[in-house]
Write a protein that binds this ligand. Sequence first.
Ligand SMILES: NC(=O)c1ccc[n+]([C@@H]2O[C@H](COP(=O)([O-])OP(=O)(O)OC[C@H]3O[C@@H](n4cnc5c(N)ncnc54)[C@H](OP(=O)(O)O)[C@@H]3O)[C@@H](O)[C@H]2O)c1
Length: 260
Amino acid sequence: MKLNNNTILITGGTSGFGLEFASKLLALGNTIIITGRNQAKLDEINKKLPGVHTFKSDVSDAGAIEQLYKQVSAQFPSLNVLINNAGEMRAISLNDASTGLRDLTREVEINLMGPMRMVQQFLPLLKQQNEAAIMNVTSGIALMPFPVSPIYGATKSGLRSYTKSLRVQLKNSRVKVFELIAPGSSTPLNDQFMDMDGINANLMMDPGKLIDMAIAGLGKDKLEIYPGLARVMKIMSRLAPGFLLKQASKVGAKFMETAG
Ligand SMILES: NC(=O)c1ccc[n+]([C@@H]2O[C@H](COP(=O)([O-])OP(=O)(O)OC[C@H]3O[C@@H](n4cnc5c(N)ncnc54)[C@H](OP(=O)(O)O)[C@@H]3O)[C@@H](O)[C@H]2O)c1
């Protein structure tokens, strides 16, 4: 699809991939709208990237999505691209009995229910445009379990499944459905994992390079985009899934035994 003159809504645009998408797509000549939960971070982006439109909105809150839709559709009726990027990843020991039931599923609400609700809310508007796209940001962890983050892994493989179904259901529309299968990358999301046993920080991809590849994929209509090691993970997940799980199980091995 064309890479300029789009109106693009990016959830979670205040750091990491979302911020890279916002600055690079703005530079290409697009109208950019970002969301996030933290007003101070949004104000910071307003200063850093004047021209980017910011809305405080939590993707895990259905009411906030309805409110966001009212504001965005009124101010930006030509919205034609939705990038479901907002996400959270936590290390969770399932052996820790003190984890509350509500807190346990927080990533499901953000990473899985968030994109599903965003799509449902914005799809009628996207369908009105001549050319439109939805990009869901999944992960190499959608292709394999990552035991130290068991809920996160479930959300990303769930989002991958949903994205494939969505693509089938929209095949006769003008809305293209993209999936960015991102490998591990040096963003704030990963800070908590950097001191864990079994982690290899050298394998983390530069977020700027990763998002350059994502944007190039969008421009070439590559519906599934596998930057860097994600392509290797795709092959390994088919040829040697047991080996991949064994390697992934080394990360945070001590933490996972924590009983709380
Ligand atoms: N970094 C990696 O290694 C990696 C690999 C594969 C996939 N991914 C995926 O890439 C996406 C972006 O991750 P990142 O690495 O860029 O993380 P990040 O730097 O931590 O950024 C996450 C962004 O999402 C926002 N956010 C979090 N929860 C939100 C919510 N409930 N509602 C609205 N915004 C929310 C954050 O802002 P506030 O906290 O202010 O709301 C922030 O702007 C995520 O979906 C992640 O799962 C990351």
